[in-house]
Every structure is written in C-alpha cells, then in structure tokens.
Design a protein around this ligand. Structure first.
Ligand code: FE
Length: 195
C-alpha cells in the first residue's frame, strides 16, 4: 500500500496563482485517484509492500497500467513539493551557482524551462534535472518520469490541463510564468541536489 502524501501547505496558500479549487480537484481527486488505482493494482501481488519508487521502476517495462498510475503518483508528490507559498524568482544556494554555470543565468534558465513546458504537446511535465555534467531541462509525456532515467530530478511542473485550466483556462504560458515567478521551491531543489 502506498499513501497519498499530505500537501506540504494549506490548500488556500498558493492562491491567487493556484486556487484552492484547483488543489481540491488536482490533489484531492486526480492525485488521490492515481494512488488508489496503484493500490488496487498491487493488492495481493509481489509489489504489495514495495515503496512507490520501486513500484515505478518495476512496472516500467512490464506493466503499463501500473506504471502510468504509480509514476503519476510519484510525479504529483514531487510536483507539490516543487512549490511553496511565497516561492519563485531567482534561485539561491548551490542550485543558483549551477544554474549560472549550466544556462548562463536565471533568466536564460527560466526562458528554457518555460519553453519546455509550452512545447510539451498535450499532457506531460517539464523538469529541471541534474545530469553527470550539470543541470538540464527535460520534458516528459503523460506519466513518463525522469525518475527511471540516469538523472536526478530537482523540480517539476505539471503541464496537464487539469493543473491550470480552472485558474488560467487555456493559457499554459501564464501558468508557467506564475509557477516560476511566485511558486518555485528552491529549497526543495537544493535538497534534491544534496542527495
Ligand atoms: Fe496533474
């Protein structure tokens, strides 16, 4: 059994960028459904007591239905922690140094990250990851996750329509700008870097 992790902040506290109503659906319905479906698929099987990370890894090549639900459970837990009330703006700490080194500056990083989120066709995710050489931006489709790639995920934004439609309707670029300017949790990115 995996658990739906608690949101690390109050459902009202990301407003006006992400509303309580969005979190009621996105966390309370969508994320919960991925967790519940994962649990129903592992019940009684050899992954019944496995960690979520292990379920994602084990199902990747073998069980698309389980992978899609487990990876979405993982991606959403990571997304909630990628944001914090009062976050956003230029990075701090070690991640700021690596952003300068890999992208040439915060503005260049922000433009490239936004572009990845905008360019992801249909549902998916944009990611900041650490590779062997430095930092890189990735985008993934549907439930795909860099967890099972040879990189360390540092931050993510959900660009499925359910993430932004109530607050921004069809304006995905505005949602991505709000995420970068007001919500990004750089402390979380620094913690992931230190792992
Ligand atoms: Fe989502």
């Amino acid at each position: 059994m995996i658990a739906l992790p608690e949101l690390p902040y109050d459902r009202k506290s990301l407003a006006p960028y992400i509303s309580e109503e969005t979190l009621n659906y996105h966390y309370g319905k969508h994320h919960k459904a991925y967790v519940d479906k994962t649990n129903s698929l592992i019940e009684g099987g050899k992954l019944a007591k496995a960690s979520l990370d292990d379920i994602v890894w084990e199902s990747k090549e073998r069980d698309p239905a389980l992978f899609n639900n487990a990876a979405q459970a993982w991606n959403h837990a990571f997304y909630w922690r990628s944001m914090t009330p009062g976050g956003g703006g230029a990075a701090n700490g070690e991640i700021a140094r690596l952003i300068d080194k890999s992208f040439g500056g915060y503005r260049e990083f922000a433009d490239a990250f936004a572009q990845a989120g905008i360019a992801q066709f249909g549902s998916g995710w944009a990611w900041l990851v650490k590779t062997g050489d430095g930092l890189a931006i990735r985008k993934t489709s549907n439930a795909e996750t860099p967890l099972t790639d040879d990189v360390t995920p540092l931050l993510t934004i959900d660009v499925w329509e359910h993430a932004y439609y109530l607050d921004f309707q069809n304006q995905r670029p505005k949602y991505i700008s709000a995420f970068l300017d007001h919500l990004v949790n750089w402390d979380f990115a620094n913690e992931n870097l230190a792992r």
